[in-house]
Design a protein around this ligand. Structure first.
Ligand SMILES: *[C@@H]1O[C@H](CO)[C@@H](O)[C@H](O)[C@H]1NC(C)=O
Ligand SMILES: *[C@@H]1O[C@H](CO)[C@@H](O)[C@H](O)[C@H]1NC(C)=O
Ligand SMILES: *[C@@H]1O[C@H](CO)[C@@H](O)[C@H](O)[C@H]1NC(C)=O
Length: 352
């Protein structure tokens, strides 16, 4: 416990130093940052066990078109969640070698790269740097501070990051585990839609926006001709080509600019997505996002599962399974996450 908090302290110190150096105008500072980060004797990140190699089944193709592209974000706080999510996908996939991970990170951090590389030595992945300044000025305060992190908005910019030959991508939050073959979500037929996700038409859609939105003479008209329903942006299949052609990044940003002027919603990156896409997505089976397992946004109370088959478990809400397990007050549902946890609390394991 003590060594963990010591590690956290040195991570904070490191981040501080990093930011400080980042603001030095000379070019030599970049080299100095490198030198500090690469120092082998600074174990800032937690250790993870190495995952086994997962091999393709005989039926798997190896063409470009057989690849499955997955985008996730990564920061030090959610690293443990990201590792578990990746492991869960590899484990349940018939063609694990066809999985390609596109990982967005807010910091230039070689140690994040080595952490993933040493945990999954056979993984196809690329890390992209997401420049927080791109979105920082556009973010309005929400009801939960964690939702206001710039990286939480990175999903809006996916189309800009991904290589041009990536036509479709599955975006996933880091607080999930997949317990089914992700190929079954990947091959959803999008029809003419840009986004596919489970849709919840029984949820009270009104509550996601404020009275000043609904009482505005023009704003609610954005939903004219659609029957808007809630969907969760933590699990989405995105047609990247259609997204680019339709300029959807700008459309989402426009609503964020409105939010800056006049408070039209309470949450973070979700409502502007709803404004642009609700009622116009391809609905996929609810099994692909059993969300809310982290409880509500304020207390993170334990939640029960909704009935029905499950392919993906999502700890959205305040409670995260790795924190609740560490605190020895886990919710019953957190025991379903634990088998995918690669965290290795013995710091010296890899240093021998
Ligand atoms: C990634 O890990 C492999 C195997 O452990 C190692 O051979 C390779 O050099 C690593 N790559 C980088 C860029 O660190
Ligand atoms: C998706 O793939 C699964 C098997 O991996 C198959 O059962 C299903 O029919 C496919 N769906 C579509 C729409 O191609
Ligand atoms: C939906 O939420 C709004 C705002 O919170 C509330 O006024 C309305 O009564 C709710 N509708 C239903 C059917 O619960």
């Amino acid at each position: 416990m003590a060594s963990w908090s010591l590690g956290l302290l040195s991570l904070l110190l490191f981040l501080f130093l990093f930011l400080f150096l980042l603001h030095q105008p000379t070019t030599t500072s970049a080299i100095r940052i490198d030198a500090i980060i690469r120092k082998p004797s600074s174990p800032e990140l937690p250790n993870f066990r190495e995952a086994p190699a997962f091999q393709n089944g005989y039926s798997c193709g190896s063409r470009e078109s057989d690849k499955i592209h997955i985008a996730m974000t990564l920061d030090a706080n959610y690293l443990r969640g990201t590792m578990a999510a990746i492991l869960s996908m590899l484990q349940h996939c018939t063609c694990p070698e066809n999985l390609n991970f596109h990982i967005l990170s807010a910091h230039y951090a070689p140690e994040l790269y080595s952490s993933i590389n040493s945990t999954f030595p056979y993984l196809n992945f690329k890390i992209y740097r997401f420049d927080s300044n791109r979105v920082r000025g556009k973010i309005s305060k929400s009801i939960r501070q964690a939702l206001d992190q710039p990286l939480n908005y990175a999903r809006i910019y996916l189309a800009d990051f991904l290589p041009i030959d990536v036509e479709r991508v599955i975006y996933l939050d880091s607080d999930i585990v997949v317990v089914d073959d992700i190929a079954n979500l990947w091959n959803v037929s999008m029809e003419d839609k840009v986004v596919a996700a489970p849709e919840y038409c029984h949820a009270n859609f009104t509550q996601y926006f404020t009275d000043s939105f609904w009482s505005d003479p023009d704003m609610p008209k954005t939903f004219t001709g659609r029957k808007p329903c809630y969907f969760n942006t933590g699990v989405m299949v995105v047609d990247v080509e259609k997204w680019r052609k339709g300029g959807y990044t700008e459309k989402v940003e426009e609503w964020m600019a409105v939010q800056k002027q006049k408070r039209i919603y309470h949450l973070g990156s979700l409502p502007p997505f709803l404004l642009v896409f609700a009622g116009n997505i391809k609905a996929v089976n609810h099994r692909w996002n059993q969300h809310g397992l982290g409880g509500d946004n304020f207390e993170g109370k334990c939640r029960k599962m909704h009935p029905g088959p499950i392919s993906l478990l999502h700890w959205s809400g305040k409670g995260k399974p790795w924190l609740r397990l560490d605190s020895r007050k886990p919710c019953p549902i957190d025991h379903l996450w634990a088998p995918y946890d690669l965290y290795h609390s013995d710091k010296h394991h890899f240093e021998e």
